[in-house]
Write a protein that binds this ligand. Structure first.
Ligand SMILES: Cc1cc2nc3c(=O)[nH]c(=O)nc-3n(C[C@H](O)[C@H](O)[C@H](O)COP(=O)(O)O)c2cc1C
Length: 145
């Protein structure tokens, strides 16, 4: 059966504690196992980066919950793919937060995911900088009193 992959980064709510993240992972692992989803959740550079892989209907179900979850905001999807193999078959939701031994191939996929997210973040910053430079007068109205 074909699988689908989706990845996003988001900004954790500033009051989120380590207990909150553990609670997210507990629910994620149990629900993902039921829905035959696998993936990783990274918490790096003040961002969440998550990859989900599995049947498209399951991804839609879980993403519907995730985008409405107020424990994070500014969700940017930077990867959507279909394929036939999973990268994190053994993990209902691996997390850098809780750890767990990744195979070399899994660790490589995690690094690629992190790099892709950072590239997407940098591109967003670059576009914001271009907009700021293009419209300085509007961004900073000059006032002489
Ligand atoms: C960063 C982040 C990642 C999450 N990842 C998952 C996940 O992989 N699977 C999952 O079932 N819930 C995940 N959740 C929790 C869901 O948003 C939601 O609370 C949970 O699935 C219960 O769904 P419901 O609120 O629609 O009842 C995540 C939440 C956050 C903030």
């Amino acid at each position: 059966m074909g699988i689908y992959r989706i990845a996003y980064y988001s900004t954790p709510h500033p009051t989120l504690t380590s207990d909150d993240i553990e609670a997210i992972l507990k629910v994620a692992r149990s629900r993902n196992a039921d829905l035959k989803l696998s993936g990783v959740l990274l918490h790096v550079f003040g961002q969440f980066i998550q990859l989900l892989e599995g049947p498209v209907a399951s991804i839609e179900t879980v993403m519907n919950s995730i985008v409405r979850d107020t424990r994070h905001s500014d969700i940017h999807i930077f990867l959507k793919q279909s394929g036939s193999t999973r990268s994190f078959e053994r993990w209902a939701m691996w997390s850098d937060y809780l750890g767990g031994d990744l195979t070399e191939a899994e660790a490589r996929e995690r690094d690629i995911l992190q790099q892709s997210a950072l590239k997407a973040l940098a591109e967003l910053d670059r576009q914001a900088a271009i907009r700021d430079v293009a419209a300085p007068a509007e961004a900073v109205p000059l006032k002489y009193h």
